[in-house]
Design a protein around this ligand. Structure first.
Ligand SMILES: [Zn+2]
Length: 258
């Protein structure tokens, strides 16, 4: 490193410390939801690279090996046997959405609310449906119903086939954190329009992709963003995929409770 470059780097570091702003307001996404639906479960980005794009988010792992939840820069894997693992920097990821979380608003919900009521209450707080909103919802829950997806081997089946055998859990009177996003309707095909949350128990004894919940007492932090970056896969499989089909019905089967 030359003296000039060193000086410039130090200045930039000082500037970021002074402004308190070290990261962009960008929502980063790896791959597209329609590629995941079509079985793109191969390695696309490492956890180390993901950490340069955000400290908060959700996704899955290579071979579709469970649900991912990222919180405070730590990547948790909730496997289909229900166990939770912290994953290291070398772990490979086929699909994830992450952001450096900076709350724009915090709301306390101190009365019990089922999922639909909480979403409606949050909708009233959001500045618009047409930006990306990241959520960290922490506290106590009367119940949380989740699922995880079992690890697959190539040739990978479509996600809609995998979820037919997905294990589900209902945690009652539990403390933990919901992490996830509300994406605009126009993100269809690329991400999941509407709410998509994952759950992690405080005691790390379970979690997963959220199918249903009822809150007890929670604090909701919301980070709204107008910037969205998608990195598409550079694989033969992706280059040859057909994206003409509308996969909304498939996505509904995969994401929601039935
Ligand atoms: Zn999910």
């Amino acid at each position: 490193m030359t003296i000039h470059r060193l000086t410039l780097t130090l200045c930039l570091i000082c500037l970021s410390l002074l402004t308190g702003c070290t990261h962009s307001d960008l929502v980063h996404q790896t791959s597209s939801i329609d590629a995941l639906l079509q079985g793109e479960y191969g390695p696309l980005i490492t956890v180390a690279q993901l950490k340069t794009q955000g400290d908060t988010g959700i996704g899955t792992f290579e071979h579709l090996d469970g649900e991912m939840l990222m919180l405070d820069g730590i990547v948790y894997q909730i496997r289909s046997d229900g166990t939770v693992h912290k994953r290291d920097n070398d772990t490979q990821v086929p699909f994830a959405t992450v952001k450096f979380f900076k709350a724009d608003q915090t709301i306390t919900i101190d009365k019990p609310m089922p999922l639909a009521n909480l979403y409606q209450t949050l909708d009233e707080q959001l500045p618009t449906d047409n930006w990306f909103h990241t959520f960290i919802i922490k506290g106590s829950f009367k119940s949380v119903k989740t699922r995880s997806v079992p690890r697959q081997t190539p040739p990978y089946p479509p996600l809609v086939e995998v979820v037919k055998q997905q294990p589900t859990w209902t945690f009652e009177n539990v403390t933990g954190t919901l992490v996830g996003f509300k994406c605009p309707s126009f993100s269809k095909g690329l991400n999941v329009p509407g709410y998509h949350l994952h759950f992690l128990r405080d005691d790390l004894a379970g979690g997963g992709h959220v199918l249903d919940f009822q809150t007890n007492h929670v604090s909701v932090k919301i980070d709204s963003s107008r910037q969205w970056q998608v990195t598409l896969p550079d694989t033969k499989k992706f280059r040859e995929m057909d994206f003409a089909k509308d996969r909304s019905k498939e996505l509904h089967k995969v994401e929601k409770d039935h």
